[in-house]
Design a protein around this ligand. Sequence first.
Ligand code: SF4
Length: 452
Amino acid sequence: MIKSNLDIFKIGVGPSSSHTLGPMLAAAQFLVKLGPNVHATARINCTLYGSLSLTGRGHLTDKAILWGLSGLQPTELTRQLQQQIVNKSFVEHKLKLNGEHEIHFDYREDLIFSKDFLPEHQNALRLQAFAADGALMCDETYFSIGGGFIKTKEQMALAKDDDIDFADRFSIDNTRVALRLCQDDNLNLAQLSLRYELQFHDEAYIDQYCSDIWQVMQEAYHNGLHPTNEYLPGSLHLKRRAPSMAAELKSSDDPFALLDKVSLYAIAIAEENASGAKVVTAPTNGACAVVPAVLLFLQDIRDDFSPSLVRDFLLTAMLIGSFYKNNATISGAEGGCQAEIGSASSMAAAAMTTISGGDAFKACAAAEIAMEHHLGLTCDPVDGLVQIPCIERNAFGAVKAITAARMAQARQSQPRVSLDEVIQTMYLTGKDISFKYKETALGGLAELKLDS
Ligand code: SF4
């Protein structure tokens, strides 16, 4: 499977990459399939299945589909536009398909929350377009497989991604291959990842991509410190904590302040995500704050912090993320929270080790340590909202990443468990975890009835 890994990081919309960004992109893809028939469409029907149905309202799946059907891209979203589209649909029962053609849309009738699960994947949605005479013009089922990646029913039936295999391109299928390539050519993981990406893009493009991603990560942090709403949306009526944490830390001479800052970075960004704002999927939205929190922390403590360090950090993290995505899963609905926060922590640990001078072996050891201590972590968001335990969990993912990077760098002996082995273990553990603990909000903390 030969494919660029840049889209392990993408600019997306919160609170969930699989439940918000994926469905939004599926709706946008449906418009492409519909083509000129968009103007002949009289009615759109959308059915949500499985986890998308069970936690869809809390994860804004329903609204994301409206944004996607309106022709918006995630990068174009603003709070005002999002609200306008939702109001038009909920109050006026109207939807402007692709921003061009207005149809009647009744949220209660045209958006169906089905109790069924489709066999291919826990996150499924079906979109259908009908003409005025009731004729079905377009019908597609999409699966949101995690990290904002989507597949059609046909693509799910293929054993692997339908990417073209180029004989003259090299692939990095797992850590074992990566370590051999690094050893052969004396590369660290960032250099190997760059060499890999240069098969798809020139260096200027890669630099710009990483710079844009870093820019949005910083904006998300800044916006999280200066929110327009004091409370996060949803039934829990949760007060945002980042602004007061930042105020306390400003004048603090507490020796633990450095550690608290890591939590602040993660909580500010995770709260932005929970509010449905623009963030970077890294590798998912639920876990979007782990990688930037570690990077923001490194910015604080490194005098030599620079755009090239940021690029190397992101290149390393995306390579590690690709191993999880391609050989296991990064979806909470498929593998539990270990697949989301665990993968993000593992990516950040390897990235921090690399830009701290660690070779590929040290970086993979750090990634292994970080995942090892997330194994078994379930996904049980209270009331289906990406808030409790998700927001704090990002802070713990970041702290564990930093600890793992430090442990790996200090270690003198050979690690006994390889990164490939822990990735496989995470995947098998995820398969064994009851579906109650995989983004269905049916078990664990999700069962608690908290006062608002
Ligand atoms: S518990 Fe973890 S996997 Fe589940 S929604 Fe929250 S962050 Fe995502």
